[in-house]
Design a protein around this ligand. Structure first.
Ligand code: ATP
Length: 385
């Protein structure tokens, strides 16, 4: 063979209206997923436990068959292709290395199975062990390795086959926090160098944000948002995503539209025109409850969202601008910043501040700039012009 680890056959992946049902249709793991993964892209599927991430990955791998819809690799419909025909490599959280084999034998195994001749095998093993910095471990048994080294061997074993697609399911979950962070940047570098189309599944948003070219946020079997990582944070398209991304995530205030303002319970009112105006929305146009396409008109029930880092505390009522009244509940000094929990009506609002000169029980005003506010309509969709 004349191919090397660095010359991959590129593959794009398309999921076209793919659904997967279990238990005779009772469990919906995936519902009408539409997804495109470009050649060489690093795509991360992010979502809470049980949202259907693993099933989506298994469908791409060929370990499950879609109940509905089609999967394409480049222009080929692969619905009925076996995993080996798809030439995908999967690495799971519980990557199983063969305990009785050395590292070298573990890595060589998939090549042996495929009948790759010994000298080609040696060349590829040398290349991949160098790439993953495990040259020194090659004679050891898995039991003699650290968690991170074992994970590297598992990756090496997957890469050495020169797959056209790399599928990773929570591959770092079993590692401690420090190692996880190290492996994160290493995986990213590796994927960059190899340029293999990669789908990575995780429930960890930091992992997703730090590695992905594109993040797909899933909830209950459906896709909530597909966007570059920065946009997930700066422009969460649904209230659900807004509540999911960020640490702590966005605060959402349920409000009621009253002419030009939005009333947030007993806490105060916010000038709707100035908040909406930032996004080019005409707050004076009335809602047409039947028309979903009239995105520029506002429903009567709205949620106002502001991130903890965009809220400010003031001990006096400001003379102008947005302000909501609350009572300091708890103050948590976290080193990097202080988190102040403020009771507003019957809920706790999180405010990130550098230094907090407030104490429990104190009456405060929460202020924020118009451009830091998000509006979500009654369907939980971001109100955009
Ligand atoms: P986690 O992060 O906890 O692994 P996930 O997001 O990967 O979750 P999936 O494993 O894809 O979620 O599961 C999605 C849904 O489909 C869940 O309700 C799960 O119970 C169900 N499910 C998955 N596989 C099967 C199966 N083989 N038989 C029946 N139900 C299944």
């Amino acid at each position: 063979g004349e191919s090397t680890v660095r010359q991959q056959v590129m593959t794009s992946i398309t999921m076209d209206g793919v659904s997967k049902y279990f238990d005779g249709g009772e469990t919906v793991a995936n519902y009408r997923l539409n997804l495109e993964v470009d050649d060489g892209e690093f795509l991360v599927i992010l979502g809470p436990s049980g949202c259907g991430k693993t099933t989506a990955l298994r469908l791409v791998a060929g370990l499950e068959e879609p109940s509905e819809g089609d999967i394409y690799f480049d222009d080929e419909r692969v619905n009925r292709w076996s995993p080996s025909e798809r030439n995908v490599a999967m690495v799971f959280q519980n990557y199983a290395l063969y305990p009785h084999m050395s590292v070298r034998e573990n890595i060589a195994y998939p090549l042996k199975v495929r009948g790759i001749p010994p000298d080609e095998r040696d060349r590829r093993i040398e290349e991949v062990t160098e790439l993953l910095h495990i040259e020194g471990q090659i004679g050891k048994r898995p039991a003699a390795l650290s968690g991170g080294q074992r994970q590297r061997v598992a990756l090496a074993r997957a890469i050495v086959r020169e797959p056209s697609v790399f599928l990773l399911d929570e591959p770092l979950s079993n590692l401690d926090a420090k190692l996880r962070q190290e492996m994160r940047s290493e995986l990213k570098r590796l994927q960059d160098e190899l340029g293999i189309t990669t789908i990575y599944v995780t429930h960890n948003q930091e992992e997703a944000m730090s590695m992905a070219d594109t993040v797909v946020v899933m909830n209950r079997g459906t896709i909530q948002q597909i966007s570059p990582p920065e946009e997930l944070y700066s422009r969460p398209r649904t209230e659900w995503v807004a509540r999911f991304i960020g640490s702590p995530p966005m605060n959402l205030f349920e409000g009621e539209r009253r002419n030009g303002s939005i009333a947030i319970g007993e806490a105060g009112t916010v000038d709707l025109e100035s908040v909406a105006g930032v996004r080019g929305i005409d707050a004076t146009s009335t809602s047409t409850s039947t028309s979903a396409s009239a995105s520029a008109s506002l429903s009567d029930d709205l949620s106002l969202g502001v991130r903890p880092e965009d809220l400010f505390l003031s001990s006096e009522r400001p003379t102008s601008g947005n302000a909501l009244e609350g009572t300091v509940d708890t103050v948590e000094p976290l080193g990097e910043y202080t988190l102040v929990n403020v009771a507003v009506d019957d809920r706790l609002v999180k405010v990130k501040v550098g230094d907090a000169d407030v104490t429990r029980g104190e009456e405060v005003w929460l202020t924020f700039d118009d451009e830091d506010a998000y509006l979500y309509d009654e369907n939980g969709e971001l109100v955009t012009q």
